[in-house]
Ligand binder design. Structure first.
Ligand SMILES: NC(=O)c1ccc[n+]([C@@H]2O[C@H](COP(=O)([O-])OP(=O)(O)OC[C@H]3O[C@@H](n4cnc5c(N)ncnc54)[C@H](OP(=O)(O)O)[C@@H]3O)[C@@H](O)[C@H]2O)c1
Length: 311
């Protein structure tokens, strides 16, 4: 992990100079990691005071975002959202022509494509990125940053990007890919956390602490990788064999979860949604197929989930 507040880093002037625009929790961690790896680092933040710890560690603070991007061999953006990115970039189109910009601000694939189109119109060399780890992991071996867009910018600056830790991973030339993978991974993450919290609400209603229940939740998590492998195979093949379990059987288990939640005054909406998807598939004649058939309900939202309102 980087800690810009403790040491002044040794800057190596032969290394690529980096500009970091946006010094919130994540932007500051990125700048620290570049400094720690010896890159000459220029920083800019809308609220200038946030640059001070980085200046103490050897960063140069630019007086304006325009001056900041003049300095960098590569400009990294890490601000709150897509709107802030465009607010910053739009007036800089002329200055950035021919330069490499790496945008590590989280966004949607559509936002990433729109910024890539803007960049292409102005001759800006654009790489999009998605940071998949929290601040403390930046600069360490477990950092994960995904990239998509200009393969040329990625290859040219791969060594610099590695200063952020882990392995820089390029997903392809389509600029929305990094955001797409980011959101896919977060989709799984949020659903997993929400279902644990739902189960914890049910358990604690009966006096079982969340901590007591935790190892049992983890046992289920341990079988998920193999389960997901089967789901991925079925989704890609477009066939949902119910060899090991069927939607008819899953429906009964989901009904028990909904009823048990409701009996304890716990919101049954989350399992009820899964039950509604299952029932939609059963109504479509898929009761003998496996749980993977639910993907077909998700692909046609509304029409196929008659039970959704029954929570
Ligand atoms: N923090 C994490 O663990 C984490 C993990 C993965 C990805 N990310 C992504 O990294 C990005 C930054 O996150 P963060 O945690 O650093 O957020 P943050 O601490 O809230 O900082 C937001 C940054 O955006 C700047 N900003 C906001 N609106 C702006 C505008 N209109 N013009 C110029 N600058 C503006 C802020 O400037 P001021 O200081 O002037 O307000 C600040 O530098 C987000 O896209 C986030 O999703 C964060």
């Amino acid at each position: 992990m980087s800690d810009s507040s403790v040491l002044t880093m040794t800057i190596d002037s032969t290394k690529t100079s980096v500009t970091v625009v946006g010094l919130g929790a994540m932007g500051a961690a990125l700048a620290s990691a570049f400094l720690e790896a010896g890159h000459p680092t220029t920083v800019w933040n809308r609220t200038p005071a946030r640059a001070e710890p980085l200046m103490a560690a050897g960063a140069l603070r630019a007086g304006s975002v325009a001056a900041a991007v003049e300095d960098g061999g590569v400009t990294m953006l890490c601000v709150r959202d897509h709107a802030a990115v465009r607010e910053l970039l739009d007036p800089l189109a002329d200055r950035l022509a021919g330069k490499a910009v790496v945008n590590l601000t989280s966004s949607t694939p559509e936002d990433a494509r729109s910024t890539a189109e803007w960049a292409a119109r102005h001759g800006v060399r654009y790489l999009d990125g998605a940071i998949m780890v929290p601040v403390p992991l930046i600069g360490g071996p477990d950092a994960q940053v995904l990239y998509s867009g200009s393969a040329e910018v990625f290859e040219e600056h791969r060594g610099t990007l590695l200063a952020l830790g882990g392995e820089a991973e390029f997903l392809g030339a389509e600029p929305g890919l990094a955001s797409l993978y980011d959101l896919g991974m977060l989709d799984v993450f949020f659903a997993g956390m929400a279902s644990f919290l739902h189960a914890a609400a049910v358990m604690t209603a009966d006096g079982v602490t969340a901590r007591t229940f935790l190892p049992y939740a983890n046992r289920v998590m341990a079988i998920l990788p193999a389960t997901l492998e089967g789901l991925a195979r079925d989704v890609d093949q477009g066939r949902y064999p119910g060899d090991e379990d069927t939607l008819d059987m899953n429906d009964a288990a989901l009904e028990h979860i909904v009823v048990t939640s409701r009996a304890r005054g716990v919101d049954p909406g989350l399992p009820a949604l899964v039950r509604a998807l299952t029932r939609g598939a059963i109504a479509d004649g898929r009761g003998g197929e496996g749980f993977s058939a639910v993907v077909e309900q998700l692909r046609s939202p509304g029409a196929a989930t008659p039970g959704r309102s029954s929570a």
